[in-house]
Design a protein around this ligand. Structure first.
Ligand code: DGJ
Length: 733
């Protein structure tokens, strides 16, 4: 009896529901095809003016066939006809995770966005900008979906512009940058967790139904626990050189949220944007809210190609001076900490010259007088030179550096304030803190309210003064060591806007700084890798992946960062951390932008000589690392070694880094490591460089063809007493 009732109920239900569901394969009026060289993302404009993402995958020859795709999927029913919405609005038909939720001026929460028009603009032969305008049917509420295709790099940047003409402010309860729908049989997500000195720890999982969220609520240094950058493999488990994989992330330095929803139809919906946690943004009428960009590539040749796509795109159009040069350096942080004076600095300048690197970087501790910066408990915000340590100011050091034949750079932490500082005493309202609660500190400090234009001016003026007072200053390390606790802004009328306006405020300052100082190299540091994203890398030439400089740990951190960020941006320093020899440390730093942070006096003669030679070698191959293509050959998490190579664009030169990562008496590389990316028809002379204490184990004058190297490979002969090997490959004609 019960069974019959159930059947009757189902039959009734199907009749009610199916008329809509038969429209599942909607006839499209038009498709908007977003093409890159290798893949296409296709938006359909349905008869009812919904805009859906109907395809993401390899390009089809005949664009008319895209609309036949949905018909090939016999999936469960979509009760809404909007599971694949290009920007899912909530409060009307929607049943899944929305991209946008609002509270209209009258308190109503319904939104249904319909197609109005779209425009396509050729920004350059390589970039097309497509804007699709949507409008709610009842309220004067508009969303523009922006897509910028980078054709040859196979990268799409995506964002939304939200505006309205309602009578009063509208609350944006959720306001994503992107809402992508991906079809496949299975989905494997690689995302990252971490903490201070343990950044970029990968985790891979097969997505199950429901929502997996990557997010941050830390306000500043938002990557401390997670990053928004991820790899999603479609159909098959993640592989380096095969399979379809989407690599991307939110180009935003503030709170982020990326949802992966495996929907009732077995598809995955990616919804990425600013985290709406405590941030229901109040948007005034006729003002535009521009979301940050979600940038992604789709590779059909595994992670490796995906990384090369992102690197190429970043160098060409995002990372500051991405195709330019970088300065090698000697930093004093780990050799002096706060304890230095002019005499010590003079000596460090000489050491910089002696080592052969380009620049000396003076770290934390050079400022504060009423409250001198002799420890991390005071003076942040008081950006005047400490007269006791540096009585002749910064300018005299800049001059002395020039005389010594090196450049000079300086550390700042502009977003922060110490409770023990003159700035805090003068401007308590500029500090992020709850008015009636105890203060709570992260590294003994608090965060300034960058949503306040006065604070933005203060920071810009401080940076500007540093450069106008000290012409010739050649480099900046911009640090950011605290998260935001007790989020409250004395400036904001609506506290909901604080977190988001903090990051907009930060970008405003950086924008102004870059308008006046477009070229000066600047390292993005955040107590290690607490802030690395393509929103900020627009203003920075490099980033600091971790305060963990033990070269063994660094191999893993740098390896994972290489999935998303190019080597030219990775500041890798050689320090006293780790008990490995100097060669291992130098070889690990070589796979990015090399720097030193140690006391040369603590090196034995042999070590110093080696370091000096290694800098000379680095100058020979740095161009390949900075501007070439990366190929990863061995993942240290999968075998007993890490191996990767960079190939110059004309394939005439390459450099290969190999590190033994599991030590036992018998651990070694038993098999040759297969190359990739070389020219099969070229012959390469192979030289082992950075030799320390012993000669090379490789045959003298070894020449191998690209064909051989890619089909058979080369064994760098890593073993327990030979834990790192760097090989230079040069074409012989
Ligand atoms: C944290 C950075 O990661 C370090 O390199 C150093 O600059 C310290 N801050 C200085 O306080």
């Amino acid at each position: 009896m019960k069974k019959n009732i159930l059947i009757l109920f189902l039959a009734f239900y199907c009749i009610k529901a199916f008329p809509q569901q038969t429209q599942l394969i909607l006839k499209t009026e038009k498709d908007i095809v977003l093409n890159t060289d290798k893949f296409a993302m296709v938006l359909s404009i349905e008869e009812n003016k919904d805009v859906n993402t109907i395809y993401l995958g390899k390009k089809l020859k005949d664009e008319k066939e895209y609309r036949k795709i949905n018909g090939q999927y016999k999936q469960a029913h979509d009760y809404t006809n909007m599971y694949q919405s290009a920007y899912t609005a909530s409060g009307t038909r929607n049943l899944l995770e929305p991209a946008i939720s609002v509270e209209h001026a009258d308190g109503n929460q319904a939104l249904d966005l319909k197609y109005v028009d779209h425009k396509i603009e050729d920004k350059s032969p390589n970039q097309k900008h497509v804007v699709v305008t949507l409008k709610d049917q009842v309220y004067p509420f508009f969303v523009e979906l922006h897509y910028l295709t980078n054709v040859k790099e196979n990268v799409i940047e995506q964002w939304a512009v939200i505006k309205h003409q309602e009578k009063k402010a509208v609350k944006l309860v959720k306001y994503a940058s992107a809402n992508i729908s991906v079809k496949g049989s299975d989905f494997y997500l690689r995302n990252y967790h971490g903490d201070w000195i343990a950044e970029m720890q990968p985790e891979t999982q097969k997505l199950t139904h429901g929502i997996k969220t990557l997010d941050s609520k830390l306000g500043s240094r938002t990557n401390l626990f997670q990053t928004s950058y991820f790899a999603l493999s479609i159909d098959n488990p993640i592989a380096e050189n095969e399979g379809t994989v989407l690599l991307g992330g939110l180009d935003w330095s503030g709170n982020f949220r990326v949802d992966f929803e495996k929907d009732p139809q077995e598809n995955v919906r990616i919804i990425a944007g600013i985290n709406n946690y405590a941030s229901h943004y109040s948007l005034a009428p006729n003002k535009e809210f521009v979301t940050p960009r979600f940038t992604f590539t789709l590779s059909t040749q595994g992670l490796g190609q995906g990384s090369r796509n992102l690197h190429e795109w970043a160098r060409n159009s995002r990372l500051l001076d991405g195709n330019g040069e970088r300065l090698t350096l000697l930093n004093n942080w780990e050799s002096t900490y706060f304890d230095f004076d002019e005499k010590k600095i003079s000596h460090l300048l000489e050491n910089t010259k002696k080592l052969g690197v380009d620049l000396f970087l003076l770290d934390d501790g050079w400022f504060g007088n009423k409250y001198p910066r002799n420890a991390d408990t005071s003076a942040l915000g008081d950006w005047e030179v400490n007269k006791k340590k540096l009585p002749n100011g910064i300018f005299s050091i800049v001059k002395e550096a020039k005389k010594t034949g090196v450049e000079f750079g300086i550390w700042v932490e502009p977003e922060m304030v110490s409770p023990k500082s003159e700035l805090y005493e003068k401007h308590p309202k500029w500090v992020v803190k709850q008015p009636a609660r105890d203060e709570y500190y992260f590294r003994n400090q608090l965060v300034l309210d960058l949503s306040n234009p006065e604070v933005q001016d203060f920071i810009f003026n401080m940076m500007d003064k540093l450069f106008t007072d000290n012409p010739g200053l050649a480099y900046v390390k911009w640090d950011c060591n605290a998260v935001i606790y007790n989020a409250y802004s004395a400036y904001q009328k609506d506290q909901n806007n604080f977190y988001t306006d903090y990051t907009f405020g930060l970008y405003k300052v950086l924008e102004r700084f870059r308008a006046k100082y477009p070229k000066v190299p600047m390292m993005l540091c955040s107590g290690g890798g607490g802030r690395v994203d393509y929103g900020s890398l627009k203003y920075f030439t490099e980033y600091w992946p971790s305060d963990n400089t033990d070269p063994y740990d660094r191999i893993f951190i740098q390896y994972e960062n290489s999935l998303f960020f190019p080597a030219i941006a990775s500041a890798n320093h050689i320090t006293t951390f780790g008990n490995q020899d100097i060669k291992f440390k130098v070889d690990v730093a070589g796979m990015g932008k090399m720097g030193f942070d140690l006391n040369l006096e603590e090196l034995h003669d042999e070590e110093l000589k080696f370091a000096q030679e290694a800098v000379k070698n680095y100058n020979l191959y740095k161009d390949i690392v900075w501007h070439g293509d990366l190929y990863r050959f061995a993942n240290p998490r999968e075998t007993n070694h890490a191996s990767l190579g960079y190939v110059s664009k004309d394939k005439s030169k390459a450099v290969m880094f190999n590190y033994l990562t599991k030590y036992t008496h018998v651990s070694k590389t038993t098999n040759p490591i297969k190359w990739d990316g070389l020219d099969a028809n070229k012959n390469y002379k192979i030289t082992e460089i950075n030799l320390y204490k012993s000669g090379s184990y490789l045959q003298n004058d070894l020449v191998l063809s690209g064909d051989f190297l890619m089909k058979v490979g080369i064994n760098p002969i890593l073993e327990n007493n030979r834990r790192s090997v760097v090989l230079l490959l040069e074409e012989v004609k």
